[in-house]
Write a protein that binds this ligand. Structure first.
Ligand SMILES: Nc1nc2c(ncn2[C@@H]2O[C@H](COP(=O)(O)OP(=O)(O)OP(=O)(O)O)[C@@H](O)[C@H]2O)c(=O)[nH]1
Length: 211
């Protein structure tokens, strides 16, 4: 059996992310577009939890992503919330043609607050933006997300709109919290640690109560 280093000779970092949101908003399709660049009209409802792996290079760092896809049905919450605590990034999806899925964002945020890491980075994602009968106001949704300090995008898994962009932006935000591994130069090391300490302080003060 080879060492983990030999198995992943080029990976600098492993990150876990999780997709949450109401059933049928397109979480599985969104993830499949990202990892396999495909789209299914007949996507099956997720039972419990599933994951996919993707390796990407962001900011010059090779990152192995483990991305969890959860069932939107409430009866699975006791299973899926157990995966929140290892996730550095959460993608909270709603369907732009379904106002109820947007209103339920606050319910999902309560679960993030209860089960997630205090320094988790969140993206609010309005999916199915390819459809014509959009019912959720883009500006209101964006304002809401940005007031919470979250990333915001409208996306389409079907038309392949902004799917990569959401992940890249989220990864950049997460990387800001993680010191670079070039710790040989003490000058750089001190700087990195200071900025990380500042980040941690800012995160400690952050609360979703603003929303
Ligand atoms: N038009 C359009 N349809 C989409 C898009 N994304 C997903 N769908 C459709 O929406 C339906 C539900 O997609 P899923 O990915 O299974 O939804 P989910 O959020 O994973 O659902 P659960 O597993 O039940 O929580 C499927 O019929 C998809 O084809 C999109 O961007 N545009």
């Amino acid at each position: 059996s080879s060492s983990p280093l030999l198995q992943h000779p080029t990976v600098d970092l492993k990150l876990q992310m999780i997709l949450i949101g109401d059933r049928n908003v397109g979480k599985t399709c969104f993830l499949e577009r990202y990892t396999d660049d495909l789209f299914r009209e007949e996507s099956k409802s997720t039972v419990g939890i599933d994951f996919r792996i993707k390796t990407v290079t962001v900011g010059g760092r090779r990152i192995r992503l483990q991305i969890w896809d959860t069932a939107g049905q409430e009866r699975f919450n006791s299973i899926t919330t157990a995966y929140y605590r290892n996730a550095r990034g959460i993608l909270l999806l709603y369907d732009v043609t379904n106002p109820e899925s947007y209103r339920n964002i606050t319910k999902w945020m309560k679960l993030i607050e209860e089960y997630g890491r205090s320094d988790v980075e969140v993206a609010i994602v309005g999916n199915k933006a390819d459809l014509e009968n959009v019912q959720v106001n883009t500006h209101k949704a964006r304002n809401f997300a940005e007031n919470c300090g979250f990333i915001f995008y409208e996306t389409s898994a079907k038309a392949s709109l902004n799917v990569d962009t959401v992940f890249v932006n989220l990864i950049y935000k997460i990387l800001k919290q993680i010191p670079q591994p070039h710790e040989r130069n003490p000058q750089i090391r001190r700087k990195t640690m200071t900025s990380q300490a500042l980040c941690e302080d800012a995160n400690a003060k952050r609360s979703y109560k603003c929303c």
